[in-house]
Design a protein around this ligand. Structure first.
Ligand code: G1P
Length: 298
């Protein structure tokens, strides 16, 4: 029987250097996209796909992230006393009661592979998801907004095969990503295709395709054993991509293309674009934004 995906690792120990000075005192994961921190969007995306245990891989100085998902008795008490029920609801019910948020520390920033490995004990040999918290995946308005990640979890549930979500990017951007080698197979949205290889941050010349790993993974527990012996790769960091390249040669691994809007909120343009895209989905704000952006007097 194929074990269901119940646990999700969210690595949040990063320094947020691309968003300084905004992230000097505030974790980048708590910067708001429209009306809530970006990490809340990501946690909700996980919950919509059936995840019930969120594992934050964090570090000292980023306790505010854990606090965001915890109760805030004083605030709740005061809002209750003032009869501010609607606001109280947004503070109290950030995540449903059956969802647990646990955390583990990453004492040194040795790369994404190392961050995922830090969660090994909590993962307890179960298959799991990884969601990068600075990436917002916003599915097309005609679909459910968390469609892609849910579909990827379903692909695991049906086959028991690990899945790596990819998007098409321009060749000028490819060197910022892990890149999928499909050995000439043609990818299309929402189709799982067997990977032939994964390369971390290749030069545009060496890139095997224009399908970039965007930060959503469904993985078997075995990847954690492989990570234990993965040596530092690109940037001197222990790369998750390198362990996945090993995994796919042993047990197979699929790429899963999405046509959702992908916003890297770890940089200024991506962050601003995400705010506009999410704001456009609120009818009232949409009217305001259209008027604002038409004003050429900036
Ligand atoms: C990480 C991964 C890379 C992936 C990217 C997506 O890189 O190592 O494979 O394509 O996230 O955002 P980072 O952005 O941490 O350098």
């Amino acid at each position: 029987m194929i074990a269901k995906i119940k646990k999700a690792v969210i690595p949040v120990a990063g320094l947020g250097t691309r968003m300084l000075p905004a992230t000097k005192a505030i974790p980048k994961e708590l910067l708001p996209v429209y009306d809530r921190p970006i990490i809340e969007h990501v946690v909700k995306e996980a919950i919509a796909a059936g995840i019930t245990e969120i594992i934050l891989v964090t570090r000292s100085g980023k306790e505010a992230i854990e606090n965001h998902f915890d109760a805030h008795y004083e605030l709740e008490h005061r809002l209750e006393k003032k009869g501010k029920e609607t606001i109280l609801g947004t503070v109290k019910n950030i995540i449903p009661e059956n969802i647990t948020v646990t955390s583990v520390r990453q004492s040194d920033l040795l790369g994404l592979g190392h961050a995922v490995l830090c969660a090994k004990l909590l993962l307890n040999k179960e298959p799991f998801a990884v969601l990068l918290p600075d990436v917002l995946v916003l599915d097309q308005e005609s679909r459910d907004k968390d469609y892609s990640f849910t579909a990827m979890v379903n692909a695991w549930n049906e086959t028991g095969m690990g899945q790596v979500m990819v998007e098409r990017v321009g060749s000028e951007a490819i060197e910022n990503y892990g890149v999928a080698d499909l050995g000439g197979e043609v990818s299309e949205p929402f189709k799982s295709i067997m990977l032939k290889g994964l390369v971390e941050k290749p030069s545009p010349k060496e890139a095997p395709s224009n399908l970039a790993v965007l930060g959503r993974y469904i993985l078997p527990s075995k990847v954690l054993d492989l990570l234990e012996t993965t040596i530092a790769g690109v940037g001197g960091e222990i790369q998750l991509t390198d362990a996945l390249d090993e995994l796919l040669k042993l047990d197979g691994l699929n790429s899963f293309e999405t046509d959702a809007g992908i916003f890297d909120c770890g940089n200024k343009q991506g962050f601003l674009s995400a705010n506009i895209a999410v704001g456009m989905r609120d009818a009232e704000t949409r009217t305001h934004l259209i008027k604002l952006l038409k004003n050429s007097g900036w």
